[in-house]
Design a protein around this ligand. Structure first.
Ligand code: CU
Length: 113
C-alpha cells in the first residue's frame, strides 16, 4: 500500500469516527421515558425479538438506519406506552418511529407470522 492511500484512509477514519461513537452510544441501556413529545428522530424497520411490557422494552433486529448512521443490529428499545406492545408478537416485522436513539414512540406491524 503506498503512502498516499494510507493518508486517504486515515482521513476517512477520522471523518467516520463521530459516527462510530454514536453507534456505540445507542447501545446504552435504554430507560423508559415519560416524555411523550412525538417529534420523530427517524423511522426504521425491524423484526420483533423480545417483548417486555413490564419494563416497557422492545428488542428488535433492526435494519440499517441511514439517517442515524446505524448498521443493522439487534438491540433493546424503550417504548413510551405499553399499548404499543399489545399488538406485537415475536417475529413480526414492524416499522417504528424513534423519538431519540433509544425510545420508540410508534410501531406498526408490516407482516406478522
Ligand atoms: Cu441499533
Amino acid at each position: 500500500m503506498n503512502l498516499k492511500i494510507v493518508a486517504i484512509l486515515s482521513t476517512l477514519t477520522l471523518i467516520a469516527a463521530p459516527n462510530a461513537l454514536a453507534q456505540h452510544e445507542h447501545h446504552a441501556t435504554p430507560t423508559p421515558a415519560a416524555n411523550t413529545n412525538t417529534t420523530a428522530l427517524a423511522v426504521g424497520q425491524g423484526t420483533v425479538k423480545k417483548i417486555d411490557p413490564e419494563k416497557l422494552r422492545l428488542t428488535l433486529a433492526h435494519a440499517p438506519i441511514k439517517k442515524l448512521g446505524w448498521p443493522a443490529m439487534t438491540m433493546p428499545f424503550a417504548v413510551t406506552d405499553k399499548a404499543l406492545l399489545q399488538k406485537l408478537k415475536v417475529n413480526d416485522v414492524v416499522r417504528f418511529e424513534l423519538k431519540d436513539e433509544q425510545t420508540i414512540v410508534a410501531v406498526e406491524v408490516v407482516t406478522g407470522k
